[in-house]
Design a protein around this ligand. Structure first.
Ligand code: HEC
Length: 114
């Protein structure tokens, strides 16, 4: 009897570890949701590759946050990348009033994964 109880307890423990954890799905990483940001990025992908640094209309954005500098010479940090997306320029549309704050947060979270 004791053995059966232990086996059942073990099964519960195993189930708890192997079952997908819904609590983690769709949970927002600090500031933004990269999965949603990927959808936002669809409108950027006309001009930007996400999977390479090869130039399309604009530079490929793979490894964007790992770059030393942006094309405007500023360090590739979050504040400067947000400003770049807001302001655009040199063939890049300004997204300041096109995207909502949430969309931008999600977008940045996605760009960080590239
Ligand atoms: C119509 C084409 C076009 C679209 C759409 C576009 N971009 Fe751009 N983007 C450009 C061009 C061209 C540049 C280069 C500008 C420059 O060199 O100053 C650029 C530059 C950038 C840079 C700077 C990269 C670097 O290494 O300096 C970032 C970041 C960026 N775009 C993000 C985005 C995001 C995010 C979106 C979608 C919300 C987007 N772009 C949509 C054309 C576009």
């Amino acid at each position: 009897m004791k053995k059966i109880v232990l086996t059942a307890a073990a099964a519960v423990v195993i189930a708890a570890f192997t079952a997908p954890a819904p609590a983690f799905q769709g949970k927002k990483a600090a500031g933004g949701d990269a999965a949603k940001g990927k959808e936002v990025f669809e409108q950027c992908s006309v001009c930007h590759n996400a999977d390479s640094d090869e130039k399309k209309m604009g530079p490929g954005l793979k490894g964007l946050f790992k770059k030393a500098k942006l094309s405007n010479g500023k360090p590739a940090n979050e504040a400067n990348i947000r400003a770049f997306v807001d302001q655009g320029g040199n063939g890049m549309p300004a997204y300041e009033s096109i995207l909502s704050k949430t969309e931008k947060d999600d977008l940045i979270a996605y760009l960080k994964t590239l």
